[in-house]
Design a binder for this molecule. Structure first.
Ligand SMILES: [Zn+2]
Ligand SMILES: [Zn+2]
Length: 352
């Protein structure tokens, strides 16, 4: 990656697609079907195994660091359930690898000279010790590079012990067969990455395998899948519940026979009112106009009246008269307003 590309990738990671109008480099949003959801969750095998011996080539779906940044921001406030998509993707990928491992073992069984059960057991003892040495050696080297010298030295001590055990196991295996047979390379398949490992592979070669990008990439993918599978059933239920909730909300607001029925009922009742109460309403409207125009004047008049009332002795019959006038005016103004809001809501339903 050139310095320029590195800078660009870094900015994408930090700022997402909003950066400098880059929003349509791919012309998509992170939630589009064409975007790789495993990539958004940093576990797409196409990315993890790139430039290894098992490079899968370009992912059929879009990988874009800026879209990943967009998703990371959006997922803080909304659940997209992409862990379920990633689980299904990785499950299919690992199932495929395990089929390949089985096929490779099958091929070995057909092509390699068959050993007795006793000798097979001895060969496996050598293989297992060799693998442990290779794994620990790779780990010790990684620790050394990180500057964790003490841990690294401790591991080297364990490796020495394993080497002694392996030398004994090798001798045992060698003694169980003619020298010519022993010289033949006996292969076995790595359960993690399905690569071939030889019984005569030296420590260096095994360390390169177990510390290599291919084998470690497979460990990353397998561990991620194990983690995802722990919660996937619960997550599927949650996604189902959230979809049901959304669709029931939708049924309430758009389309459906229920809505047609309701809209018809609104139209009919509005028509009834139009026919029966047209004259009443017109009269009411005029009255209301008058009332509204007069209201301010009326309020002031009433204030003055109240002022006078306070000065005079109180009259109970007068205040009763005031209250009843208040009520009847309220009735006149409320009624036409309500019927108007009914008409507008039935218009809204028809538009839907
Ligand atoms: Zn992908
Ligand atoms: Zn491996």
């Amino acid at each position: 990656m050139s310095a320029h590309e590195q800078m660009r990738a870094m900015l994408d990671q930090l700022m997402g697609t909003a950066r400098n109008g880059e929003s349509d480099r791919h012309g998509v949003k992170f939630y589009d079907d064409s975007v790789c959801k495993s990539f958004l969750l940093q576990c797409c095998p196409h990315e993890i195994l790139s430039s290894t011996r098992m490079d899968l080539g370009e992912c059929p779906k879009i990988h874009d660091l800026a879209l990943r940044a967009d998703y990371e921001i959006a997922s803080k406030t909304k659940d997209y359930f992409y862990d379920i998509d990633a689980t299904e993707h990785l499950e299919a990928f690992i199932a495929d690898c395990d089929r390949r491992t089985t096929a490779a073992k099958q091929r070995l069984a057909e092509t390699q000279e068959e050993l007795s059960a006793e000798v097979t057991e001895k060969a496996n003892a050598v293989h297992e010790l060799a693998e442990q040495i290779g794994q620990k050696l790779a780990r010790a080297e990684a620790l050394g590079e990180e500057g964790m010298v003490e841990e690294s030295v401790k591991l080297m001590g364990e490796i020495d012990e394993l080497r002694k055990k392996k030398a004994i196991a090798e001798q045992d295996y060698r003694n169980s067969m003619p020298a010519s047979s022993y010289q033949q390379q006996k292969l076995r398949v790595c359960e993690v990455c399905s690569a071939y490992l030889g019984i005569h592979d030296n420590d260096r070669r095994l360390a390169d395998h177990f510390g290599g990008k291919l084998h470690l990439g497979f460990i990353t993918i397998r561990e991620k899948l194990t983690e995802l599978k722990k919660t996937v059933d619960k997550r599927r239920e949650e996604r189902g519940a959230s979809e049901r909730e959304r669709s029931s909300g939708r049924r309430h607001y758009v389309g459906g026979r229920e809505l047609d029925r309701r809209a018809r009922r609104h139209r009919e009742s509005a028509r009834d009112r139009d026919g029966r109460h047209k004259d009443d309403r017109e009269r009411g409207d005029k009255e209301r106009d008058r009332t509204e125009k007069d209201r301010d004047r009326g309020d002031k008049e009433r204030d003055r009246e109240r002022e006078r009332d306070r000065k005079r002795s109180r009259s109970r019959s007068r205040s009763r008269h005031e209250n009843s006038r208040e009520r009847s005016r309220g009735h006149d103004t409320r009624e036409p307003r309500r019927s108007r809001s009914h008409r507008s809501s039935s218009r809204d339903h028809r538009r839907d």
